[in-house]
Structures are given as structure tokens and as C-alpha cells.
Ligand binder design. Structure first.
Ligand SMILES: [Zn+2]
Length: 277
């Protein structure tokens, strides 16, 4: 479901370590979002948040937040619930979360609600890619195969981009390193749970027998959040991917959420950018 504005404000404040503002926003969340928002914090964040909670005193419903913290941090639903939590279904919500404790960063939001991305960018089609770098190989399947084009192969590097190591085109890896550094400072909650499911991989586009995937040139990457891959084509997008899409766009990378078949896990160097490589 859509992530509320108050929850987005909580994530913003937590990213900036403005814990007082974070607590005030947290206080306004329903139990569903409160639990999942807290799950996006690490132990250092939780300590800071608890300190801000104490400092705010009676300005928030502290017992309710403590209840949620107990569920998230200890994995236990307290035997007694404060106030009207039991009567309003919040205890049931806490038990549901306990059975499947997921971060708000993998909450699925409707693709239709995600707008304003890929502005002025276009994906680099096969003709553009072949003209720029040549064909990675002569035959393809739906599985990863080695690049056989010697010139292109020489440009494939394996390197850390910050949160993980990738194998990709040299220029794409440099650009991706810059993107990751920006994610680390602007979206640190996402950064620390970011993983990937492959960059260079010479194959067809999933489901196609003609279109070559840009992974074949090592200029695309598929990302995971908390180890979870966003399902392709279901028109639902992990919240965390939405949070970092703008950072990719600013470096000239196209977000796969904008493909005809929604592919939100996928980011690739856009047409204008690859023409400079
Ligand atoms: Zn991909």
C-alpha cells in the first residue's frame, strides 16, 4: 500500500538524524507503519530515538511507541498493551508484524502513485548500445553468458562501489560508485540494506527472444533491498527503490520502473550518458 506522508517525513528525519522530528512523526503513524518504520532503523538509531522520546516526555504517546519498539527490537509482543491498543486492533497488527517483520523500505507502493522520475532521460536501446560498444556476443539466451567481444570484455571491471562489489563496464562502475556515495549521505537507511542481483550479464531481456538486455554491456544493475528483489511486472514498487531513484536519475541513469513492463529493481545508464562513454 502507499506509504503515508507522515511516514515519509519520519524516514526523512531519521536519514538526517533529526530524532525529535522523527519521534513526532512516528507518533502520528498507525501501528502498521510504526512497526515497519522502526524496522528500518539500526541499533544506534534506536538508541538515539529512545533518547529523543524521553526528552519529548508527555508531548507524544510514549507508551505506544515503547510498545512498538519492544515488538521490533525484542521480537516479542508485550503481555499487556497500553491505552486502547487492544481495543483498536493494534495488538493484532503487532502480532501480524511479529510473524513477518519487514522494513517499510520494502513496502510495495502502486507504480501509478510513483511519478516525476526519468524526466529528460531515455533508456539506451540496442541500436545505441551496439553503435557505441559493439555486440557483446553473437548469440544470446535467457541465461548469463560471457562477453565474447574482446574490446568490450577488456572494459569489464570487478570493483567495490561502496555497499557491494560489481562486475560492469568501467565507466558505469565509476558512475555507480558516485551514485552509491550520494545514497550513503542522502538515503543512509536504504544504503545499509542495499544489495544487488547482478550487473554484467550477457542475455536477452527477460521474456524476450530478440531484445538484448543492457546488462549485456555491463551498464545496468538490479538492486535488492534487505535482500528482497522487487518483482518485475506487477506494477508495484518497493518504497526504498523509489527513495533512491532520483539519485540515479541525477547521474543520468534510467529507472526500469518506466519500462513498458515495470522493472523497478533495474537501473541502467541512460542514452545520453552511454554516448559519453
Ligand atoms: Zn535488470
Amino acid at each position: 500500500m502507499e506509504v503515508s506522508t507522515v511516514c515519509r517525513n519520519f524516514i526523512d528525519a531519521a536519514n538526517r538524524r533529526d530524532w525529535q522530528r522523527a519521534v513526532l512523526n512516528l507518533n502520528g503513524l498507525n501501528m502498521y507503519e510504526m512497526l515497519r518504520a522502526l524496522k528500518a532503523l539500526d541499533t544506534t538509531d534506536i538508541t538515539s530515538l529512545r533518547a529523543a522520546l524521553t526528552a519529548l516526555g508527555g508531548k507524544v504517546f510514549g507508551a505506544r511507541i515503547e510498545y512498538a519498539l519492544s515488538v521490533v527490537v525484542n521480537g516479542t509482543v508485550p503481555a499487556t498493551a497500553p491505552g486502547d491498543l487492544a481495543a483498536t486492533g493494534q495488538v493484532t497488527e503487532a502480532r501480524r508484524f511479529q510473524a513477518n517483520p519487514t522494513s517499510i523500505l520494502i513496502e510495495l507502493i502502486p507504480a501509478a502513485a510513483v511519478t516525476g522520475y526519468n524526466v529528460g532521460l531515455s533508456s539506451a536501446g540496442n541500436a545505441t548500445m551496439q553503435a557505441r560498444f559493439g555486440a557483446p556476443r553473437t548469440t544470446y539466451s535467457n541465461q548469463c553468458q560471457p562477453v565474447t567481444n574482446a574490446t568490450l570484455s577488456r572494459r569489464m571491471v570487478t570493483r567495490s562501489v561502496g555497499p557491494f562489489r560489481v562486475t560492469g563496464l568501467d565507466s558505469a562502475v565509476i558512475s555507480l560508485t558516485r551514485i552509491m556515495a550520494n545514497i550513503a549521505t542522502q538515503q543512509r537507511l536504504v544504503y545499509r540494506v542495499l544489495g544487488h542481483q547482478g550487473m554484467a550479464c550477457a542475455r536477452y531481456v527477460t521474456g524476450s527472444h530478440t531484445a538484448i538486455s543492457n546488462h549485456s554491456w555491463g551498464t545496468a544493475i538490479d538492486l535488492t533491498i534487505t535482500g528482497v528483489l522487487d518483482a518485475r511486472g506487477n506494477n508495484q514498487i518497493q518504497f526504498g527503490l523509489h527513495l533512491i531513484a532520483d539519485i540515479f536519475n541525477r547521474e543520468g541513469w534510467f529507472w526500469g520502473a518506466g519500462f513498458r513492463t515495470e522493472d523497478a529493481m533495474h537501473f541502467e545508464a541512460g542514452r545520453a550518458l552511454v554516448q559519453t562513454w
